[in-house]
Design a binder for this molecule. Structure first.
Ligand code: COA
Length: 242
């Protein structure tokens, strides 16, 4: 991996975006490497933590590469397909954001299930300033996360959400000092990891699908028949706690 540091643990994978000289801008190599990470997580589902190196999450798609792209590349949805893949990973994902998460960097964070931030975190979608739109999820995912009014301020007025604003609007779950960011993210992942893994997977699947009484019942039917449910409930009733 030339643009990522990847740490594989038993129950989670930690990915650090690492192109320090370009503020971790997302280029084709990083896209390919993130696809490799997704493939591995689809094959063997684990939690995912994504963070950025050097005090920046990611300053967007690589503008040098974007400049050369035309209609065909736009229609390929180079970034949006990756971020959709990230959003659909089987197990929960957490973005730990320190510093700038702009453009595609913000969209990658929006695609994760939970975001944590440091006081210097800044989310924004300055794409119109470059003559393009934020086409990798911001136009709809950000609206789902913070509502139309705030999303339109970000998308149309170039408003940047600092850590306080991101917390206030519910975009991030928590703001923690930079030195504690990864520890807090791991604590959150530890909590997730203590849940039943199939229960987590199905909850994510059902919740991301918008929920429906039928899918809720079908997913629950699978879980009610699982050995893990029996073991966990037996442990609870016996006085243990899972
Ligand atoms: N694509 C390619 N290169 C980028 C980049 C991007 N999205 N963002 C930053 N870089 C490069 C800069 O060109 C610069 O390269 P250089 O040292 O060879 O000149 C290097 O990263 C450092 O950037 P710089 O602007 O000097 O850092 P800064 O700390 O002053 O500012 C940002 C940081 C993130 C505010 C600023 O780099 C920025 O606005 N980046 C573009 C954000 C953007 O529009 N993203 C949307 C893209 S769709």
């Amino acid at each position: 991996m030339s643009t990522l540091a990847v740490e594989e643990l038993d129950d989670r994978v930690v990915v650090t975006l690492r192109r320090p000289r370009a503020r971790n801008a997302i280029n084709a190599a990083m896209i390919a490497e993130l696809h490799d990470v997704c493939a591995s997580l689809e094959e063997r589902p684990r939690l995912l933590l994504i963070t950025g190196d050097g005090g920046t999450f990611a300053a967007g798609a690589d503008i040098g590469e974007l400049r050369e792209r035309g209609r065909e590349q736009a229609l390929q949805g180079i970034n949006s397909r990756l971020f959709d893949r990230v959003a659909k990973l089987p197990m929960p994902t957490v973005a730990a954001v320190d510093g700038y998460a702009l453009g595609g960097g913000a969209e990658l964070a929006y695609a994760c299930d939970v975001r944590l931030a440091t006081p210097t975190a800044v989310f924004g979608n300055p794409e119109p300033g470059l003559g393009i739109l934020a086409a990798a999820g911001a136009c709809w995912r950000l609206r789902e996360l913070v509502g139309a009014s705030i999303a339109k301020q970000v998308l149309l007025a170039g408003t940047r959400l600092d850590a306080d604003a991101a917390l206030r609007f519910g975009l991030v779950a928590e703001v923690v000092p930079a030195g504690e960011l990864l520890k807090r993210a791991h604590t959150l992942l530890d909590r997730m990891a203590r849940s039943g893994s199939l229960a987590l997977r199905l909850t994510k699947l059902v919740a991301d699908g918008g929920g429906h009484p039928l899918t809720d019942d079908l997913a629950q039917a699978i879980l009610f028949e699982s050995e893990e449910k029996r073991v966990r409930m037996d442990a609870f009733l016996a006085g243990g706690r899972s």
